[in-house]
Design a protein around this ligand. Structure first.
Ligand code: ZN
Length: 518
């Protein structure tokens, strides 16, 4: 049922409106507390004897597009408790309505605090003006600082990582409660001693997810010897990919000569058929490797694991269903290819014209067959002239070697086939890295020791050695449910807040804005 709207419903609870006037764009509302008494701040005994009155002027939430100034007719009370050292005190209100000494009502202060948290000082101030909230840049930041960080529940699973105050110059540390998914603390640097001091004060922490740098590992080992340390999965994956890139870099000399060898004979590269042949050779190699393992009595499961081929493929090969997979398609063009090649070399490269001339020679196929042949031929030549002559960068080769074969262009496929052919150690390294990634994805730590042994003798030995030194944490990373992924997410958020503050933020403000907001 609708009721008439009274002015006192606009002011904070516990006050009634004495009068309201308008002064320009500002509504001035005078209010009086409804309570007859107030608690003494020293002895907490309720006092009722009024000593005198005074006015408190406060900013409040805007009202229908106007700024509001609240004038509170407040009282001073006498405290009658003989032992109390305070004879007279100013009236106290509930802290969620009006804090002592405050110049804003609590409900306005809450808004100011959140504006400051979300937008930072300067942007929040200009936004606040539009909202009819008269607060300055400094006031906003003060509100954020004053409220600081809410106390956090004691964490048992934490993630710890570093973040850059200034790239390559100054770093801080962030600590996240992984169970509650929130940041709980920023530390001013990334020194092991600083992290250690903080961790030592939280002996209940059972799991520490950290990156693979030594500092936090050292700090956690000293401060929380009983806690399980978990290396960061994402970093592990990345370390592994990087190790492969390093292996490629180390092999660049061999790669150059392998690719050089592949480009010596251009005739080998122009024909699309040759690419098929390359694929055929590779398949034959794979077939041979699989058959050899089977001859030695290896079960299918083991072959799958060792070669990285799918179970279905291994089974097909063992049944002899993939021995003659040189997929030449029977083509009506076949008898005319020498003539076409000659015309092409002589400069006649127009598909329709070639088709007309072929027809005169008795060719009975349609135009499409010839124009497709010309198209293929043109693409192959372009590939030959362009990308094959240059040796791609190590990064590109690493990427191509780890990309699915289907996603490669023909010229890329030829390049990679040449690399694989010429630098078998790299193929080995690739399969070792793939096995490591698979181990993490499948959370299968049982193969870790065997993997380390295999990798130690390969181009990615340094990765293996690093992992061996940090074996327990890597093992935990493979099986544990926790990872530092969300800490990374919080760092992204932290960077955003930091950027809003134009890099001038102090740690307490940064912490208040990042952690106070969550
Ligand atoms: Zn008192």
């Amino acid at each position: 049922m609708p009721r008439s709207l009274r002015l006192s419903t606009f002011v904070p609870p516990g006050f009634h409106v004495e009068n309201a006037v308008q002064d320009g764009g500002v509504a001035i509302i005078t209010v009086r507390p409804t309570s007859k008494k107030s608690g003494c701040p020293s002895c907490a005994v309720i006092a009722e004897r009024v000593h005198s009155h005074y006015l408190r002027r406060l900013a409040d939430l805007p009202l229908v597009g106007r700024q509001v100034r609240l004038v509170v007719i407040a009282r001073r009370f006498r405290c009658d408790v003989a032992s109390c050292r305070r004879a007279i005190f100013t009236e106290r209100f509930s802290a969620d309505v009006l804090a002592p000494w405050a110049r804003r009502t609590a409900r306005l202060d809450c808004l100011v605090h959140h504006l400051g948290l979300e937008l930072g000082g300067r942007p929040a101030a200009s936004f606040a003006r539009r909202l009819m909230l008269p607060v300055s840049n400094d006031t906003l930041l003060r509100a954020v600082r004053r409220r600081g960080c809410p106390p956090f529940p004691t964490p048992t699973v934490i993630g710890i990582d570093d973040w850059a105050w200034k790239r390559n110059q100054r770093y801080g540390t962030i600590i996240c409660d992984l169970e509650r998914r929130r940041p709980i603390r920023l530390l001013p640097d990334r020194e092991p001693a600083t992290a250690q001091a903080w961790l030592a004060a939280q002996p209940q922490i059972a799991i520490v997810a950290r990156d693979r740098g030594g500092a936090y590992s050292l700090a956690a080992t000293k401060a929380l010897p009983q806690a399980i340390q978990v290396a960061d999965r994402w970093h592990l994956m990345e370390n592994a990919s990087h190790a492969f890139l390093d292996a490629v870099r180390k092999s660049m000399r061999q790669i150059r000569s392998a690719i050089g060898a592949a480009t010596v004979d251009p005739a080998l590269l122009t024909a699309a058929e040759h690419i098929q042949y390359e694929g055929y050779l590779r398949r034959e190699d794979a077939n041979a490797a699989i058959l050899e393992r089977a001859m030695n009595g290896a079960p299918i499961k083991q072959i799958v694991r060792e070669t990285g081929h799918s179970r279905g493929l291994v089974r097909r090969i063992l049944r002899g269903q993939r021995s003659d997979v040189f997929r030449t398609r029977e083509s009506s063009l076949e008898p005319h290819l020498p003539w076409l090649d000659a015309q092409w070399a002589a400069g006649l490269q127009n598909g329709s014209e070639l088709w007309r001339r072929l027809k005169r020679q008795g060719f009975r196929g349609c135009l499409r067959v010839v124009s497709e042949w010309a198209g293929r031929r043109r693409r192959a030549e372009k590939a030959d002239a362009g990308s094959l002559r240059r040796v791609p960068s190590a990064r590109t080769i690493a990427r191509l070697m780890t990309t699915g074969r289907d996603a490669l262009s023909k010229s890329e496929a030829v390049t990679i086939a040449a690399v694989e052919d010429g630098v078998p150690l790299l193929v080995d390294a690739r399969s070792i890295i793939a096995a490591f990634h698979a181990m993490i994805r499948k959370k299968d730590e049982g193969e870790l020791d065997a993997w380390i042994e295999r990798a130690k003798a390969s181009l990615v030995a340094s990765l293996a050695n690093g992992i061996m030194r940090d074996r327990a944490a890597v093992r935990a990373a493979i099986i544990a449910a926790w990872s530092n992924g969300q800490t990374e997410g919080q760092i992204t958020k932290l960077k955003l807040v930091k950027r809003q503050m134009y890099g001038r933020a102090k740690l307490d403000l940064l912490e208040a804005r990042l952690i106070g907001a969550t």
